[in-house]
Ligand binder design. Structure first.
Ligand SMILES: Cc1cc2nc3c(=O)[nH]c(=O)nc-3n(C[C@H](O)[C@H](O)[C@H](O)COP(=O)(O)OP(=O)(O)OC[C@H]3O[C@@H](n4cnc5c(N)ncnc54)[C@H](O)[C@@H]3O)c2cc1C
Ligand code: SF4
Ligand code: SF4
Ligand code: SF4
Length: 370
């Protein structure tokens, strides 16, 4: 029996419009120095570059989040049963936390917890650095290596010479091929921050024992209901649709919906909530084919949903994730809201509802594809 190859990914994934552009296939192929495939257009799925060099090893097919070949293996490793019994995946506990460091808190998307943990791990020499995401120019977000507090804050976009309101929307607007960046940091111990689709391919690579996944010491997963695709032409339409000016946006968060904080126009700060279902025309189409909201294969997952403003919801999942999070708590670099069992239960219920809604969205989308 011949193995499936990238040609099968084109037919089964790209041509059906469900490529998540996670970069997993490209990352493996390039790390193995085959360089058969690559991203030619950053807004399109990867393509053949040297098709004649393809070894037909099949790894790109195995690790793709849309083929689900390794789901059973991963579910065993990460103690995930199925979405209907536990929509948020296996977890050890749930917290709502914020950074003590004012820089991480002020520049953080929510409570600045992810960057605080990475910084802690670098300082304690648990990792050499992390693959995070930075803004290079308006509407271009790229994976980057950070090995200091300065790098982490720089990646938050705060020191870049672009208008702050564009910087805000970019946190969510374009996609980052974080995994490809792993190739450049062989022989280092890395943390990787990523959305569920990105971390899925890393876990598959680890399951198969293929390079460059051996570099990844810890997977820090972000919740992700959907990602957006903002071409410049769409900005005007967005302003019209929601009767706002981009230049008035001070901050954007994604929790149970998209939250825009507008600048004080003299009558106080205005907050606008836009439900996900009003943003359909700005959503990346492939996100319809994705059912993981809370990043079930991460060591620790993070999101805004379930927590108050300036706090991050934290879900340690694996033994390693729980151990590192306990060390973080002991070190006093973050503080956590006092949550009793009832409050924790309510958070889990809320997050489960969003998880279920994402699962349902995928089911509907896939039914319509066939
Ligand atoms: C595309 C996207 C969609 C999201 N959707 C939701 C949602 O629907 N509901 C919800 O509750 N939360 C969502 N989140 C998570 C939320 O916005 C925060 O990232 C999370 O709560 C952590 O906040 P923090 O302040 O602790 O992180 P910080 O301390 O600010 O650190 C965030 C880290 O993530 C890195 N990063 C940012 N964007 C990316 C990216 N695209 N790929 C890889 N690394 C990245 C940054 O470089 C930084 O290191 C989403 C995040 C993203 C990027
Ligand atoms: S060499 Fe292997 S990983 Fe690269 S495109 Fe061919 S089948 Fe995929
Ligand atoms: S691995 Fe990622 S980038 Fe490659 S085909 Fe699959 S979804 Fe697309
Ligand atoms: S919804 Fe998020 S995790 Fe899923 S494909 Fe889109 S960006 Fe990736």
């Amino acid at each position: 029996m011949s193995l499936k190859t990238f040609q099968d990914l084109i037919e089964e994934v790209h041509n059906r419009g469900i490529c998540e552009e996670c970069g997993g296939c490209v990352s493996f192929c390039n790390a193995a120095e085959y360089e058969v495939i690559g991203f030619i257009d950053p807004y399109l799925p990867p393509e053949y570059i040297h098709k004649d060099k393809c070894l037909e090893c099949g790894i790109c097919y195995y690790i793709c989040p849309q083929t689900h070949v390794l789901d059973d293996d991963l579910n065993k490793t990460y103690q995930f049963t199925n979405f209907s019994s536990l929509p948020i995946g296996h977890y050890e506990d749930i917290y709502s936390c914020q950074a003590i460091d004012k820089n991480f808190l002020e520049n953080g998307t929510d409570g600045g917890v992810v960057n605080s943990i990475i910084n802690f791990m670098i300082e304690k020499k648990m990792i050499d650095g992390a693959i995070v995401s930075k803004t290079d120019a308006p509407f271009v977000r790229e994976a980057t290596f950070a090995d200091s507090k300065y790098d982490l804050l720089k990646a938050s976009g705060t020191m870049l010479d672009i208008t702050p309101q564009l910087d805000e929307i970019q946190k969510f607007s374009t996609y980052t091929s974080s995994i490809s960046e792993l190739n450049y940091y062989k022989f280092k111990k890395l943390a990787v921050v990523g959305t569920p689709c990105q971390l899925y391919t890393i876990r598959c690579m680890q399951d198969l024992g293929v390079t460059p996944s051996e570099n990844v010491e810890i997977c820090l997963g972000l919740f992700c209901y959907e990602n957006f695709f903002f071409e410049k032409s769409q900005l005007e339409r967005f302003e019209k649709d929601f009767n706002i000016k981009f230049s008035d946006i001070k901050k954007i968060n994604i929790k149970e919906d998209v939250i825009l904080k507008l600048k004080d126009d003299g009558n106080g700060e205005k907050i606008i909530h836009i439900p996900f279902n009003h943003l359909k025309k700005y959503m990346r189409p492939a996100c319809n084919a994705c059912d993981d909201f809370t990043n079930i294969y991460a060591d620790i997952s993070f999101g805004g949903l379930g927590s108050s403003d300036k706090y991050t919801t934290v879900i340690p999942r694996t033994e390693k994730g729980s151990r590192i999070f306990s060390q973080v708590l002991e070190s006093g670099i973050i503080s956590c809201a006092d949550l009793d069992a009832n409050k924790k239960h309510k958070m889990i219920e809320l997050i489960s509802q969003f998880s279920q809604s994402k699962i349902k969205r995928k089911e509907d989308f896939m039914n319509n594809l066939i």
